[in-house]
Design a binder for this molecule. Structure first.
Ligand code: SF4
Length: 247
């Protein structure tokens, strides 16, 4: 089986310019929000690129992730890998144990597949509430959103404002999937082993599957639903026109 690097890494025109712009934006964002800015990393390929750039250029941006309690072992394995490679500890924000226990007891272990409402309720407990704590003392956050990830994200701006009025930076907005893997390949950035197994977008274990050739980039997320492939973390960019596909 070929690796994700073999399948996707390509040097394309304008890459060095996009890279320089990304580093500059990270530096400017950190300077504008000293001690109050965080990369909310999903530990996916894009966020590993940002982690690498933050570490490589010693940019004062904290790292934190949502440990939903349903992540793949391959995803969790990146936490010690980041520590070992970059000397950075990623802060983990877990859901309230009482809320998850009550939800599972009431609705079942795979309730998220029973209805969109139950899926959203699970995402609220395991993602949205911990995200509010992750961002509580922050005035700005950084994400790995890219315009090409899906039709829902075609309008992702470099700088945005979230519902709470915090600055939200998306420095990879213009990057392609080839760019992401080119940077990973040329800098030996650690990445989730699931990417090699045709998981372009990785979320919780019960809600993520591999995609087939030609499928939408986020087709493996909540694949049983016809509605938007978004969990609510980045809802302001939602439209729905499939764009980047698995290659
Ligand atoms: S992605 Fe799935 S398991 Fe994770 S919080 Fe959302 S519904 Fe729950």
């Amino acid at each position: 089986m070929s690796t994700a690097i073999e399948r996707h890494a390509r040097a394309t025109a304008g890459f060095e310019q996009r890279l320089a712009q990304t580093v500059l934006q990270l530096q400017q964002a950190a300077a504008a929000h000293p001690g109050r800015i965080v990369l909310a990393t999903s530990l996916g390929a894009e966020d590993m690129v940002l982690t690498d750039l933050i570490a490589r250029h010693q940019i004062p941006i904290a790292l934190a992730t949502l440990d939903t309690g349903k992540l793949h072992a391959e995803t969790l394995a990146l936490l010690p890998a980041i520590e070992q490679r970059y000397g950075i500890t990623v802060a983990r924000f877990a859901p309230q144990a009482e809320a998850t226990i009550h939800f599972v007891k009431t609705h079942g272990e795979l309730a998220m597949r029973d209805s969109v409402d139950l899926r959203k309720a699970c995402c609220h407990i395991r993602k949205m509430e911990p995200l509010s704590r992750l961002l509580a003392s922050r005035t700005a956050w950084v994400t790995g959103l890219r315009r090409a990830q899906s039709g829902a994200r075609t309008e992702v701006p470099f700088e945005d404002t979230d519902d709470a009025g915090r600055a939200k930076f998306n420095p990879l907005a213009q990057w392609s999937w080839h760019d992401v893997w080119h940077h990973i390949a040329t800098n030996d950035v650690p990445y989730n082993a699931l990417h090699d197994r045709f998981f372009p977008s990785i979320g919780c274990e019960p809600c993520t599957r591999a995609v087939s050739l030609g499928e939408d980039f986020r087709a493996g997320r909540w694949w049983w639903e016809q509605s938007s492939k978004e969990c609510g973390l980045h809802v302001s960019a939602v439209q729905h026109i499939p764009q980047e596909t698995a290659r």
